[in-house]
Design a protein around this ligand. Structure first.
Ligand code: N2P
Length: 390
């Protein structure tokens, strides 16, 4: 974990100045009293938007004028954002991050403007521990009732006090069937230079993600993705450094586009939905879970403790959990939805794919990433720095 506490006062000062210059239109740098949300919606919204907001949410909360949403790349049907804006009059300011560690670093650096964020399982636990998340009022998120039992009440957040599931999926290998032959069945296709370097010219991408990439190398070596043994972590580093010259890119936020460009990438360490989105565009793409196993994960909606628009954030979360909105999102991103009642609106091709809605046998070969104790995290961070430095 990068410690950037020194940045906090500097950023705070900068944000305060910026907020004053822009008349408060930038992310909030200070905690506003609860009444501010109300004031923003009723006093500042243009007359027409105000009318829409009042009509649509007659029985709901007063909504803020703006909502700052911070998500993974390629992880929402942006048409839904427009629909939400049109229905409510709330303007969404949307931005993306590259990894859980990137999200955490931004919050720890004092970025207090975000209202809705999407940490994965282990990062929810880590953020709760650090006091970075606001407690949710599930009464304000009635569509939570549609979330499947499998996805509810997770070990990383018992009782869903701080998070509500967004999507869940797996991490494995995507490959271009017209080039990669025989099909990969092992992490050797990424980590054994003898195999991987055959596809060096075609192009190999790996996720630029500490827990995912070191985790995959640990799986290849027969260890757990949550291993804390320094010797094993050094071994994983050496495996990665030996294969690294065969790889073209470390990319987890723009790689879908590259999979769609002919001749750019033929083999990728990747998240299942991302590969399926590429496959919908180019049918040569396929996804496989290596025989050594891989990662199963669940990403979540959460509200930073610093958010000053909590009621609006809960309203937005509830809106996206609405079965029809949720199905529209699922049909766009090709990840499994936790919303049981959305299933009747989800494309059968997605619903019936056992690599998206996993069967028990597949699940049994997968591991969840768990939060690491501080001393182990320091070893992981050192190994990751050594990997990226060379
Ligand atoms: C979507 C990113 C999926 C997030 N592009 C994996 N946790």
């Amino acid at each position: 974990m990068k410690k950037r506490f020194w940045l906090f006062p500097v950023l705070l000062a900068l944000l305060l100045v910026a907020a004053q210059c822009a008349g408060g239109a930038t992310p909030q740098a200070t905690q506003a009293p609860p009444a501010t949300e109300e004031a923003m919606a009723t006093e500042e919204a243009p007359a027409t938007e105000e009318a829409v907001a009042t009509e649509e949410v007659a029985a709901g909360p007063e909504l803020a004028k703006e909502l700052y949403v911070f998500n993974w790349a390629d992880y929402i049907d942006e048409e839904l954002l427009t629909m939400y804006e049109e229905e409510t009059g709330v303007k969404i300011i949307y931005d993306t991050f590259d990894s859980n560690e990137d999200l955490l670093a931004k919050l720890q650096a004092g970025a207090t403007g975000y209202d809705v964020i999407f940490p994965s399982d282990y990062m929810v636990a880590q953020m709760i521990e650090l006091g970075l998340l606001a407690e949710l009022d599930l009464n304000n998120i009635p569509n939570f009732q549609y979330v499947a039992d499998f996805n509810k009440n997770p070990a990383y957040d018992p009782g869903n006090k701080y998070s509500v599931p967004y999507f869940w999926g797996t991490t494995g290998i995507g490959y271009d069937t017209s080039v990669v032959d025989p099909p990969p069945d092992s992490w050797a296709w990424i980590f054994d230079p003898e195999v991987a370097c055959q596809y060096q010219d075609g192009g190999i991408n790996v996720l630029d993600d500490e827990r995912e990439l070191i985790g995959a190398a640990l799986k290849y070596l027969g260890y757990s993705v949550n291993d804390t043994d320094e010797a094993h972590l050094n071994e994983a580093r050496d495996v990665i450094l030996a294969a690294k010259p065969c790889w073209k890119t470390f990319d987890s936020s723009g790689y879908i586009d590259n999979l769609m460009i002919p001749g750019e990438i033929v083999l990728t360490h990747g998240w299942n939905g991302d590969v399926f989105v590429a496959a919908a565009e180019n049918e040569n793409w396929a996804y496989v879970m290596p025989k050594e196993g891989g990662v199963v994960w669940q990403d979540n909606f959460a509200i930073p403790a610093s958010s000053t628009r909590k009621a609006t954030a809960e309203h937005f979360i509830n809106w996206l959990l609405d079965p029809e909105h949720n199905a529209q999102n699922t049909n766009y991103v090709w990840y499994a939805s936790p919303v049981e009642a959305a299933k009747e609106f989800i494309d059968p091709e997605i619903l019936e794919d056992p690599a998206i809605y996993l069967d028990e046998e597949t699940l049994s070969r997968l591991e969840w990433i768990e939060p690491l104790p501080g001393d182990a995290l320091a070893i992981w961070d050192r190994v990751w720095t050594e990997i990226k430095a060379q």
